[in-house]
Design a protein around this ligand. Structure first.
Ligand code: CTP
Length: 253
């Protein structure tokens, strides 16, 4: 690693890497390189949409799921790029990380990476709405009983649907859906409208599923109409399960 060296030798190459980095590299060395030569783009985390210079609209996504997928793809030998909104967890060791803040930034980064990607895993939770205009200076409190401030919202870019024409032929595209009602029907509709190969569905009403937890209870729906329910797993195990399915799809093409 590069950085400050022991024994007052200054700054430069030769530093002992952090234990997490060493472990990640050891894990990659021991893993079967089933994604060697493949380029995998993963998105993670929420976005932030400015209301004024100090306030924003965001959501509870931690980025854990996307970070787990990126780390697992890199361990399997993929050339891995993580497009990350503001994460509540450390970024993974290995993948190249592109930091973004808004949906518009994330859309631009995905559009730039998509033409070279063999796989896109869209695990991020980009905002669906943003303030129509971000105020140039901090909005003041409105005084008086019942005083209200109205914020006008506009719809953001649908990153998956809007960038479909940039996909490489044969690329495998995976979406996520967090639903609270009509879970399977809603997810099937998203699979079709966003032109996905697989959609990983979270039922947010199930214990151990959704945001800000380390586990996930998901079902996976496929383009051909089939589906499977996975048991309650850690987000790392869900990441491995998703990549097993992506690998099978890639090898079938
Ligand atoms: N997604 C996207 N662009 C957005 C919002 C979401 O590409 N602006 C992606 C997510 O990363 C996810 C999938 O679309 O992989 C489904 O996200 P979700 O928020 O469940 O779907 P929406 O299309 O936003 O539908 P709704 O919120 O109305 O359920």
């Amino acid at each position: 690693d590069t950085g400050e060296l022991a024994w007052g030798e200054g700054v430069g190459p030769g530093r002992l890497p952090e234990p997490d980095a060493l472990l990640a590299h050891i894990a990659r060395t021991l893993e079967r390189p089933s994604f060697a030569g493949k380029r995998v783009v993963v998105t993670a985390g929420p976005t932030r949409e400015a209301i004024d210079p100090v306030r924003f609209i965001s959501n509870r996504s931690s980025g854990k799921m996307g970070v787990a997928v990126a780390a697992a793809a890199w361990r399997r030998g993929a050339d891995t790029i993580l497009v990350a909104g503001p994460l509540a967890v450390d970024p993974p060791v290995g993948p190249a990380v592109i930091r973004v803040e808004t949906v518009a930034d994330m859309d631009e980064a995905v559009r730039a990476e998509l033409p070279a990607a063999d796989v896109l895993v869209m695990a991020a939770a980009p905002a669906d709405f943003r303030p129509k205009r971000a105020a140039a200076s901090k909005l003041k409190r409105v005084h008086g009983a019942g005083a209200a401030r109205v914020l006008e919202l506009e719809t953001t870019e649908d990153i998956l649907a809007g960038s479909r024409h940039l996909r490489r032929p044969g690329a495998v595209v995976v979406g996520f859906a967090l639903e609270t009602e009509d879970v399977v029907a809603n997810a099937r509709a998203k699979l079709a409208s966003k032109d996905l190969d697989m959609i990983v569905v979270n039922d947010a009403t199930q214990p151990g599923a959704g945001f800000e937890v380390d586990t996930n209870k998901v079902a996976i729906l496929y383009r051909d109409g089939s589906s499977e329910d996975l048991p309650l797993l850690s987000k790392d195990e869900v990441a491995e399960a998703i990549l097993d399915r992506v690998e099978a799809l890639l090898h079938g093409r």
